[in-house]
Design a protein around this ligand. Structure first.
Ligand SMILES: [Zn+2]
Length: 248
């Protein structure tokens, strides 16, 4: 871990160290982004402690958080999660894996029709750091095209797979594919490790206003934890909104 990565770990806390994955064993975290701003991917809203092009935590001061979901897994379970959020007046952001949209052709519309936001989480959820730029672009664009076919647009954000933060190559590929900002997160629920609902609730309990929480569709423990997570947020006066609203 280099000096900037150490600094980020200090700034964002221990929960920031893990990355989004369906793998229970965890996975490598991508190299940190460069300090120089990427003029091809400007951030449209204030962000704290991050270079332009990647959204980690909103600095609006409003009492809002974004619940963001790795979009994959059993469709019926996903529907239960998204319906629960809808019924509780919460809007989430689903970063869909392309192969999930291919397997469940109704999934993209389901997300939108239940009042949530849809984004791109690569075609096949690979370790993007292991691919060259052309390979990353294929992963971004193939998923983008399926989202566009289902909803008429590319979706609001791109989120890299198997990494909390996007490398410069990934940000460049995302921007070229129509995503000027990449959506990261600052709170990791670690629900993909199936730790049980109480642990998921604890991992999310300290989210601050402006925070972005990483969650996963396709894990029963996430569904089990959500009622208490939503109760905790309501008790603290924090409103779950889409990432677009959070960063607007
Ligand atoms: Zn993921």
């Amino acid at each position: 871990m280099d000096r900037r990565a150490v600094l980020r770990a200090v700034l964002l806390g221990p929960l920031a160290a893990a990355a989004c994955s369906a793998s229970p064993a965890g996975e490598p975290v991508a190299a940190p982004p460069p300090s120089a701003p990427d003029v091809r991917a400007p951030a449209p809203a204030p962000v704290s402690a991050r270079p332009p092009g990647e959204l980690v935590h909103a600095g609006t001061g409003r009492p809002e958080v974004a619940l963001t979901f790795h979009g994959a897994g059993d469709e019926a379970l996903a529907r239960r999660v998204l319906t629960l959020l809808h019924d509780r007046g919460a809007a989430g952001t689903v970063l869909a894996v392309g192969t999930w949209l291919q397997r469940y052709p109704d999934a993209g519309r389901m997300v939108v029709d239940l009042g949530h936001e849809l984004g791109n989480h690569t075609w096949s959820h690979p370790d993007l750091a292991a691919l060259d730029e052309a390979g990353v672009r294929v992963e971004v664009e193939r998923c983008r095209d399926l989202i566009a076919a289902a909803t008429g647009g590319p979706g609001a954000f791109f989120r890299p797979s198997q990494a909390q933060h996007a490398t410069p190559v990934v940000r460049r590929a995302a921007a070229a594919a129509g995503y000027p900002t990449v959506l990261s997160y600052d709170v990791d629920s670690r629900d993909f490790t199936d730790p049980g609902a109480p642990a998921i609730r604890r991992n999310v309990a300290d989210v601050r206003a402006g925070g972005v929480v990483s969650l996963h569709l396709g894990h029963a423990g996430t569904l089990d934890a959500l009622p208490a997570v939503l109760d905790d947020l309501a008790g603290r006066g924090l409103r779950p909104v889409t990432a677009s609203v959070l960063f607007s």
